[in-house]
Every structure is written in C-alpha cells, then in structure tokens.
Write a protein that binds this ligand. Structure first.
Ligand SMILES: [Fe+2]
Length: 385
C-alpha cells in the first residue's frame, strides 16, 4: 500500500533502544516482501517473533489439475460450493496456474483456535456475503459485503465472522498485488483520474497487544504445504508499528466508474495489478451516451489472457442464464462476446446495475475437480443461435 500508516507505540528513531515498562527491550521486526527494496513495515514485539516450540504435521493442500489444457468456455455455479465450518477447509481452488490460485469459500465459523499465515502468496479476499473482522498482527479491519481485503504474504491473521452465511471469492497471488501504477504519480499518490483514492481504503486500526505465553498454533502455507507450528507467545504481541506494508480493505462500492460516449474498454474497470494478472471491478454505472452507441461489449479476441468473471449482483447485460456467485471462464485461444440478442437489447439502455469482479490471467488456467463439479458443461455452446 503506497501510504504511510502507523499504530501503537514506536521509538522516535528506528533501530534504537525501545524499552518495555520492566526495562527490557522490545523486539523489532522488519516486515517486507520484496527483499529490502519493496514496501515494508517495522514492528515492535513484546516477545521474539521466532519462538517455535514444535513443528507438527504437514498437509499437502496444493491444487491438482483435472483439466490441464482447457479450450472450453466454462460456467461454474459458485454457490454450489458447500458451506464448511473451518475457513481453511472451506477454500476450494477452482482455477489455477503458477501465478494465481482462484478459490471459492463458504466458511461458517470464525477462526479462533489457530492463526494463519500464507507464506506463498498475497491474498485478495472479496466478500460476497457476510461481515466480520479481519484480525492481524498489525491491527483489525472491519469488513462487509463488497469489500476486497488485501493481505500481503507473510501476514499472520485470523478471520472472524458475524454470522454463518459467508461467501468469499479468493485470489491468491504469487506476485505482489498493487493498485495500478498508471493511477499513481511518481510518489505513489493516486491521481485525480484514478477511480478511487487514499480516502477509500480501510486501514488497520484497533491494534490489540496480547502479552500471553503458552501454546499458539500457527498454520503456515508454504510451497503448497500447510505446516502446523506451535509458537510460545501469542502472535499478536505487537505494541506498535509503522510503514507501508500492511493489510487493507477497499469496498467495490467505492469504485467510481469511468464512462464515455461510446463503449469503454475493460482497463477502465481495473482495480489491482500484478505482473501476471489484473483484477477489475464492474460496478453500476451510466451507459454510453452517443446517440448511436452500443453499450454491450464487442466480441474480443483475448488471445493473451484467460478471463474469469465472478458475478456478484445486478443484471449482466451481455450474458444470459447468469446468477449471483457464478464464474464464467473465457479461455485464451477463442474470442468471446455478448450472448445472442444481448448486443441488440443493450441499445438505448441508459444504465446497468451489474456488479462483478474480473480476473484476467496472462497465462492459461487449469481446472480442478472442484471446478468440474460445479461446471454446467454446456456454456461453451451458448453463443449458437
Ligand atoms: Fe471479456
């Protein structure tokens, strides 16, 4: 996050003596994800953050390909993924490659008896249903319907839900996720023509410092394996921190759409970028206002990317038989475009209420069995008259 933030108590000068009330020293930790060059935060712990008591079992949770080489357009019914008590168990990867894993999850219970760290990937959680609190070592973020939660890799967290009816669309990125460079100036500030700016971000607050010794289970995902470690101190023992590397939230409802007299291309909807995929937000907006404009998108040849659209709410003007929680996959190699009739039907319409999240990956995606289980199997033929 290209925005300086701080919480709690920190010494005036970094890397200097910073004493606890009993006269002993706090333990400083630099937390970054790109060597010593990327964005980082400096945090101050009550206890050494490396006190591993036990290394327990390891589970292989890496996704397996059921379809390696996909050329079919697909339609997955995401709400068919069954609710599951545990947050990690509930995550079902449906599409993946070496850059990104895309998962659906319907967790019922809050995470209370363990902590989680994804050491492999940044996580982008899109909250389709549910609300609660993301608790991290750097503070808390309240979330609700429509929020993206961006959790940089290495961040220890717990997720707490208010109710059992939760639906998440999760993008796990093996490359850092940033807001688009073209929206920012040379210092990182969001520009006047960016569809969102710093005021729209939900930054961590309410830093809770736990001074507790005992057995604290931390599940660490690394190289597709889930390692079970027992730490001697509560992982949330930070008294203060400052810097640029921390989790944050952003509501899709705060994305201000860019419209024009004629159809605007998908990059106007871009919300996040990585070196291997982009994330776009399609939000309710006024349609094109040229008197002869066709608001529905033209057919386009996405020869260089697989397009994943997750449908959240509203009407989807270019698609038929689409409902909330569906995912369409339009693979590279064949063009895609509006369904028969929708192109013509869009003419003269003044606005759309559609709400959707798009992930365009630059390398092809593989499908898991979990994807095939919810695939309608016939979507690829749905452009026939
Ligand atoms: Fe498209």
């Amino acid at each position: 996050m290209p925005l300086y933030h701080k919480l709690g108590k920190i010494p005036q000068k970094r890397h200097t003596i910073f004493k606890k009330s009993d006269g002993s020293l706090h333990y400083e930790q630099l937390f970054g994800t790109i060597g010593f060059e990327g964005m980082s935060s400096l945090m101050y712990h009550l206890h050494r953050p490396i006190m591993v008591k036990e290394v327990g079992k390891t589970l292989d949770i890496s996704p397996r390909a059921a379809v390696d080489h996909n050329i079919k357009s697909r339609l997955l019914n995401g709400f068919e993924v069954r609710p599951t008590d545990d947050f990690l168990d509930s995550r079902k990867v449906v599409l993946f490659n070496s850059d990104v894993h895309i998962a659906l999850a319907a967790p019922k219970k809050s995470m209370t008896d363990y902590f989680y760290k994804n050491a492999d990937a940044d996580e982008l959680l899109f909250v389709h249903k549910g609300s609660g609190v993301l608790k991290t070592m750097l503070g808390e973020i309240n979330f609700e319907y429509g929020d993206y939660l961006l959790i940089p890799r290495g961040m220890i967290y717990q997720i707490h839900f208010k109710t059992e009816d939760n639906r998440l669309f999760i993008t796990e990125s093996y490359h850092p996720i940033y807001t688009p460079k073209r929206y920012r100036n040379w210092f990182g500030q969001h520009l006047e023509n960016s569809p969102f700016c710093e005021r729209d971000f939900k930054l961590p607050s309410n830093l809770q410092t736990h001074d507790e010794m005992g057995d604290f289970l931390l599940k660490v995902k690394k190289q597709g394996q889930l390692h079970h470690l027992v730490y001697a101190a509560h992982p949330f023992d930070v008294v203060g921190w400052d810097g640029y590397n921390y989790p944050y939230g952003f509501s899709i409802h705060n994305f201000e759409p860019i419209t024009g007299r004629i159809h605007q291309p998908p990059p106007v909807h871009q919300t996040f970028e990585t070196s291997a995929f982009v994330v776009c937000s399609f939000v309710p907006r006024m349609y094109d206002y040229h008197p002869e404009s066709i608001p529905a998108p033209y057919n386009h040849s996405n020869i260089d990317s697989d397009e994943v659209l997750y449908y959240v709410d509203g009407d989807f003007m270019s698609r038929k038989n689409i409902d909330q929680g569906f995912i369409s996959l339009h693979p590279a190699g064949i063009p895609h475009g509006p369904h028969p009739g929708t192109y013509e039907a869009s003419i003269g319409k003044s606005k759309t209420e559609e709400l959707a999240v798009m992930v365009d990956t630059f390398r092809p995606l593989q499908l898991t069995q979990a994807a095939l289980d919810i695939d309608d199997g016939k979507y690829f033929q749905s452009w026939m008259e």
